[in-house]
Design a protein around this ligand. Structure first.
Ligand code: CAA
Length: 386
């Protein structure tokens, strides 16, 4: 049933196979329990690190695998097919903090943070949103004030994936002054680590889905950040975050493609074994049409995602492409998992079968790293910008 839409190279196929095998043997036996217990397993992340999956797009000179975006995404799809929580942990780490350090970090910052992150020894997180700054990310209020060589940060970041385990957090804060607000241009990016005085982990969210991925608030209370933790140029942090989200949204699209693929597989298998009115329900056209539409929409999402990935690897501007891939894949994942629950009927509404979890996991792909409404805004804006 796997859709072979983009001809993959031998290397891409072999990394995809490693991810598939790892997901089937190391993750699948625990997915249900981790979801039920809302348990994040650091050991599994360590093992993924040993395989190089935490440094996928980091060049070998910084201890990464140095593969292209498409290779990274096909591996991510495989993980997401089995466990969307592990997939988002990988996606955030590989797409956001590591890429920010790679693009805008100094050599010293790369040595200290990027290399161990690429080796899987330190897990990355990304802290842009705040309790009152979600879609309107530029309205964030966490304030950084200069104090000698250091910065003092005060504020609360929200919806931070891997926040309880994140050892290197790329956090956005205002560096403009209240008297001279500069909007998006008044925001800078800082490399935050949990050992900084004034850092604390706040509320852990009790989520509908992705229960094995911890999502938390982070509190910065007079948190002293050494001056060499500023990333790139002061005032450019919002631009860095937005550019990184162009990558991040591809990762979320891959996660959504994986969720949809899993829902299709489970539904097709169930339809073949479940009998009603004296025959397997796959014999009924009502079910066949659902499966056909699920497969077609899933294939379209994957095709668009892979096209966006190859455009990125050609060095093209992908802001619009990335938002399109994320929009289509996430809405498809929600639609496909809804059909899956319907095919399973009552059994789809209980935890005996995985489609109930897939349905819950799919929802957030329409929300985080920019809601579907924000993706539509980005796509529409880009129609007029070039
Ligand atoms: N690439 C480069 N620069 C970009 C950019 C991009 N994709 N998007 C915007 N910019 C630049 C603009 O060019 C502009 O620069 P100038 O100052 O030079 O003009 C600056 O950023 C401000 O841009 P806008 O005027 O467009 O800003 P805006 O306030 O209108 O907001 C937005 C734009 C698209 C709505 C943005 O706020 C947005 O994407 N919101 C959604 C937030 C989001 O995705 N949050 C995700 C949270 S992280 C998360 O979920 C991770 C996780 O844990 C899973």
């Amino acid at each position: 049933m796997a859709w072979a839409l983009t001809p993959l190279t031998e290397e891409q196929r072999s990394i995809q196979a490693v991810a598939r095998e790892f997901a089937a043997t190391e993750i699948a036996p625990h997915t249900e329990e981790w979801d039920r217990e809302s348990y994040f397993d650091p050991a599994i992340v360590g093992k993924l690190g040993e395989l190089g999956f935490l440094g996928m797009m980091i060049p070998e000179q910084y201890d990464g695998l140095g593969v292209d975006t498409l290779t990274y995404l096909v591996a991510l799809e495989e993980i997401a097919t089995v466990d969307a929580s592990i997939a988002v942990t990988l996606s955030v780490h590989n797409s956001l903090p590591t890429q920010m350090l790679l693009k805008w970090g100094t050599e010293a910052q790369k040595e200290r943070f990027l290399k161990p992150m690429a080796r899987g020894e330190l897990l990355g997180a990304f802290a842009l949103s705040e309790p009152d700054a979600g879609s309107d990310a530029a309205s964030l209020t966490t304030q950084a004030v200069r104090d000698g060589n250091d910065w003092i940060l005060n504020g609360t970041k929200a919806w931070v994936s891997s926040g309880t385990k994140g050892e290197v957090i790329l956090a956005m804060a205002r560096t403009d002054s209240p008297e001279d607000r500069r909007g998006a241009r008044g925001i800078s990016a800082f490399i935050v680590t949990p050992d900084l005085p004034g850092f604390s982990v706040g509320k852990k969210e009790d989520k509908m889905g992705l229960r094995a991925s911890p999502t938390v608030q982070l509190h910065f209370s007079d948190m002293r950040v050494p001056g060499d933790r500023l990333l790139g140029q002061a005032g450019s942090g919002f631009i860095y975050a937005m550019q990184s989200l162009d990558n991040g949204r591809l990762g979320i699209a891959a996660q959504a493609v994986g969720i949809a693929e899993a829902a299709l597989r489970h539904s097709a298998a169930y339809a073949a074994e479940r009998k009603q009115f004296g025959k397997p329900i796959k014999e009924f056209q009502a079910i066949q049409f659902k499966l056909a539409d699920m497969a077609s929409r899933g294939a379209a999402s994957r095709a668009l995602l892979h096209a966006a990935a190859t455009a990125k690897d050609r060095g093209e501007h992908i802001t619009q492409f990335s938002s399109m891939a994320k929009l289509l894949a996430s809405e498809t994942a929600m639609w496909v998992t809804t059909q899956a629950v319907q095919i399973f009927g009552g059994y789809g509404y209980v935890k005996d079968y995985p489609v109930e979890r897939l349905f819950r996991d799919a929802k957030v792909t329409e929300i985080y790293e920019g809601t579907s409404e924000i993706q539509r805004i980005v796509i529409a804006r880009e129609l007029y910008s070039r």
